[in-house]
Design a protein. Structure first.
Length: 213
């Protein structure tokens, strides 16, 4: 199984508000979706926008769309994700499952994950997706999910669109939002692809340098 974290960020590291990428960035995202079997996004991304996880304007019927939320507090009404098929997969903890089972009856598949010290097990969510047939998985944020996935050591590569903007908003989500550094000071990456675009964006691809056991 291969896990790729994909995001667009400003040069100061902010990934919100959603939608500031260009049409080329959108094409880049959809191409990555087309080469993968599933997408996993955090609840905050669903709260801030209305993603359907389409490819070329179409929702692939055999591709898995998944959301993870420890609390189960996700918007449901008027969200396109829950309006049709295939049914999305919602990962949650024991506490959030009752709320979701009541609110999403017949509109999603709910899977309960074990809880860790600070959130749900991303590794278990990925194992569940693999059990559903996904061998290549995109993690589509937001910052807290990205951080948890990196902290738990499940990310193999990062696809980052560096946008020609500066945010400066300390309240905006960053690429990885968490309570402590990833590693002694940083998590080390290996750049293996760098593609400047006419929009001023740069498409970057990194391998995560994992510690050898």
């Amino acid at each position: 199984m291969k896990v790729i974290l994909i995001a667009a960020g400003t040069i100061c590291g902010r990934i919100s508000p959603a939608g500031f990428g260009s049409g080329l960035d959108r094409d880049f995202l959809e191409a990555a979706r087309g080469e993968s079997d599933a997408s996993l996004m955090g609840a905050q991304t669903l709260r801030e926008s209305d993603p359907e996880m389409k490819i070329a304007g179409v929702i692939p019927q055999k591709r898995i769309r998944a959301v993870i939320s420890g609390s189960g507090d996700i918007p449901i009404d008027n969200r396109k994700l829950f309006a049709g098929k295939p049914l999305p997969v919602i990962f949650t903890g024991e506490k959030g499952s009752k709320r979701l089972e009541q609110n999403l009856a017949g509109r999603a598949r709910i899977i309960i994950l074990p809880e860790m010290d600070k959130g749900l097990s991303i590794s278990r969510a990925l194992d569940e997706l693999r059990g559903l047939g996904a061998e290549k998985i995109l993690i589509e944020g937001g910052g807290k999910l990205n951080y948890a996935a990196l902290k738990q050591g499940v990310v193999d590569e990062i696809y980052l669109t560096l946008a020609p903007y500066v945010s400066g908003d300390e309240n905006a989500a960053s690429l990885a939002d968490g309570p402590c550094p990833l590693g002694l000071s940083f998590m080390q990456l290996e750049l293996y692809s760098c593609e400047p675009q006419e929009t001023g964006e740069v498409f970057l691809r990194y391998r995560v340098q994992k510690e050898k056991s």
